[in-house]
Design a protein around this ligand. Structure first.
Ligand code: SF4
Length: 462
């Protein structure tokens, strides 16, 4: 029997990293590792890093300085702490991490975390393993399944990775280099994982992938399945009431997927569809391989299929060569679509990407000024969308206790947080809520009618 040791995983970045962190914890559970919420008393600290945002590597090195001090303090008490760096910064930096931060015991990329027990054993023997290979075998085949208790502790909304990597090579992005080529998981393995989550009380599943709608995993008949077909199959699994998927590329919004937004009642009316810029010149320089008109045409087809669809997006301002006229096109696109929210960032060059070598880099002051104008425009759209919810009644899936006693927080179909005065036994339930008040980032409401079913003892509040 393994002795119990404490594991702390800190996830940076996107939902894919959160999912990966959970699967790492599941893989280490049979070795006796239990998760803890703080690095202070952990025996193993994993930093699961992200390379998308600015100064990602610097942030990791500064976090490593903090963890090194914890390791030194533990050593003074005669306790060994192992430090691991995982994820996309690990993939990109490799050996360099151990050279710059000698307190690190092991480094492994996103395609290697199923080998974590072996890597850890080597680290404990005093090696400093670095594993950033892209293996030929499917890491998902080697991962331990989460226990029912672990699934329940993570809440009523679950994530399942359906594909990884990307072949699009946008000129600003490191993903094709750090996550590798696009690979889709087979349908049956995904559905098995969804069934497991449903069996443990999960009510909402988000299918995730760096380029999720490029999904083409093998179906039971041996033929590739589209994301729309996969969603349809997932929608008939008992217990699953809501489906979402993220993150999508406009070029992969095929007819079937657009139709699914009208045909599948469990597919929630919210879609994150990054556009990055409203200028055709900049979209071409970014190698997005779609135009502004293409994007608007997709939006109007989606809204024809599902009129109440809420759209969110990603924007980059100050891409090399972006003029004020290009930026004005981006601002006008925000107004034309009427996004319910969006993430927006200043362009920052990623070493090794084509964008980093482009001439006409935009100065920081201009980027900051454009970003604040863009964010003001997005905030106006978001406020308008939230205001349009006032007085409406829709189903909310309750996820956790609210900030105040007697309050629970859930998600609307459009993914907004909704705060309601209701008992904690509602967590895990879906109930109709009438929206009585809106704030910039969340909604407030009251229960509109009786529950869709009796509260169960499932979910984190139970
Ligand atoms: S489609 Fe997304 S993940 Fe792929 S290269 Fe472009 S931004 Fe990166």
């Amino acid at each position: 029997m393994n002795e119990t040791r404490k594991l702390f995983v800190k996830s940076f970045g996107c939902q894919m990293n959160v999912y990966d962190s959970r699967r790492m914890a599941d893989t280490l559970a049979p070795q006796g590792y239990v998760e803890t919420t703080t690095a202070d008393d952990a025996d193993l600290v994993i930093l699961n890093t992200c390379h998308i945002r600015e100064k990602a590597a610097e942030k990791v090195y500064s976090e490593l300085g903090r963890v090194r001090r914890l390791k030194e303090a533990a050593a003074a008490d005669g306790r060994r702490v192992v430090i691991a760096v995982a994820g996309c910064v690990a993939q990109a930096e490799g050996e360099e991490i151990i050279r710059r931060a000698p307190a690190v015991d092991l480094v492994f990329g996103p395609q290697s975390y199923h080998r974590l027990p072996q890597l850890l054993a080597r680290a404990e023997r005093g090696d400093k393993p670095v594993d950033t290979e892209f293996p030929l075998d499917d890491k998902f085949d080697h991962l331990a399944a989460p226990s029912t208790a672990a699934i329940r502790a993570r809440g009523v909304s679950g994530f399942v990775t359906v594909q990884e990597g990307c072949d699009k090579f946008c000129t600003f992005c490191v993903v094709p280099y750090t996550r590798g080529a696009e690979v889709s998981r087979p349908v049956d393995k995904i559905l098995f994982e969804v069934e497991q989550l449903a069996g443990a009380g999960v009510r909402e599943i988000t299918l995730i992938g760096q380029n999720v709608n490029a999904y083409h995993g093998g179906g039971p008949d041996g033929e590739p399945s589209s994301l729309a077909q996969l969603l349809e199959r997932a929608s008939v699994i008992g217990g699953i009431e809501r489906l979402r998927y993220t993150t999508s590329h406009p070029r992969d919004m095929d007819d079937d997927l657009i139709a699914a937004h009208g045909d599948l009642p469990k597919l929630m009316p919210q879609l994150h569809l990054p556009v990055q810029s409203g200028s055709d010149r900049i979209l071409a320089a970014m190698n997005r391989r779609h135009t502004r008109a293409d994007y608007l045409a997709i939006v109007s087809r989606l809204r024809a299929a599902r009129p109440d669809l809420a759209l969110t997006s990603d924007f980059i301002v100050g891409f090399p060569g972006e003029t004020e006229a290009d930026f004005a096109e981006t601002l006008s696109l925000v107004g034309a679509v009427g996004f319910s929210g969006a993430f927006s960032f200043k362009y920052s060059p990623r070493p090794g990407t084509p964008g980093a070598d482009l001439p006409d880099q935009v100065d920081e002051e201009t980027k900051s000024e454009r970003l604040s104008r863009l964010q003001a425009a997005i905030d106006r759209c978001q406020a308008e969308f939230n205001r349009s919810c006032l007085g409406r009644t829709f189903d909310v899936l309750f996820e956790k206790r609210g900030r105040y006693d007697g309050q629970v927080v859930g998600r609307s179909p459009y993914l907004q947080p909704v705060q309601v005065t209701a008992p904690a036994a509602m967590i895990g339930e879906i109930a109709a809520v009438t929206i009585t008040e809106v704030a910039s980032n969340s909604l407030f409401g009251t229960l509109a009618r009786a529950l869709t079913r009796e509260p169960s003892l499932v979910g984190p509040g139970a």
